[in-house]
Design a protein around this ligand. Sequence first.
Ligand code: ATP
Ligand code: MG
Length: 361
Amino acid sequence: MSDQLTNDNIMAALSQVRDPEIGRDLVSLGMVKGIDINGTAVDLTVELTTPACPLKAKIESDIVEGLEALGASAVRVDWASNVKRSFGGPAADLIPGVRNTIAVASGKGGVGKTTVAVNLAVSLARDGARVGLLDADITGPNVPLMMGTGGAHVTGSGGRVNPVISHGVKMMSIQYFLTGDAPVIWRGPLIHSAIQQFLRDVEWGELDYLVIDLPPGTGDAALSISQLIPLSGAVIVTTPQEVSLLDARKAIAMFNKVNVRTFGVVENMSGFVCPDCGGEHDIFGSGGGTTIARELGLEVLGRIPIEPGVRSGSDAGVPITSAQHPAADASAAAAAMRELARTVAGRVSVVAAPFAEAATA
Ligand SMILES: Nc1ncnc2c1ncn2[C@@H]1O[C@H](COP(=O)(O)OP(=O)(O)OP(=O)(O)O)[C@@H](O)[C@H]1O
Ligand SMILES: [Mg+2]
């Protein structure tokens, strides 16, 4: 038994370990939930701010290093998580059980917003978070098909509506209210009231993250959402072509105008790895996302390659990141999507940190 291995000394050592994302130490963030000392073996429970923590390995190695310096011979970290809210106040009343909201948007259509939103939601759920996915594209709802729920219909009673659940994600879409393929031609006020109902009348329950798939452009749906509920932040999807980048700038400007933080840019369809020759081809160019991100002081949150399995997975209702997709573990695009989800979860935790503090103060 090392005499240095006391509760106090361990806490002091852990107060030197920082959560690299939030930039503060584990003790002052209240992340250390239990310490069990058995001779020179130490078991601890650390509560992360997201189960999709991008820097778990780094935190773990820093903990082990700190405790070994005190004489510990075996350190076991049990991970727990508690996702905090990143907003407060009456604006959040419409969605009382929802802790964070992530809008996925783009200026230009067809760049892969829905694909990114769906895989973001599925990845967060696979990491253990409670996730909802709201299809805010009222005129071109694509979430149901991509999640394999194209034929689902809403259920509920007493004015409450149950979400449809697939791949571990709770969803709502106008598609679940429609019969047949009749196109939806709705104008602004109706779009606003449909989205309001999706938020207010759906039994979302407790959600760590509500991912919102927005229609292309800077129209009514994006404005409605930002007026109705607080947004933790927006993720802007672009492809590397110049025209897509130009439109991405407009989307970012719109979010700035309504005081919604943009987490950063996702460059989708960034390069194609040829399955025959193994060479990488820049079909739409590459690096354009980096250029606008730099220009606007934003971050590139991820780069997703073009991969046939992404499209076929979407068409078949099995997203590439779903455990049910046969290529989920081999696909570079799936790996990029899962990493993107963790990066975004990390950014949300940073936004939530001051709110959590205010709530416990
Ligand atoms: N990385 C990728 N690799 C291969 N195909 C992709 C990739 N990303 C998206 N796609 C395909 O591109 C098409 C358009 O994607 P998606 O529907 O997600 O775009 P969108 O921006 O939501 O479009 P809209 O503006 O119509 O809402 C889909 O067929 C999708 O499967
Ligand atoms: Mg879409």
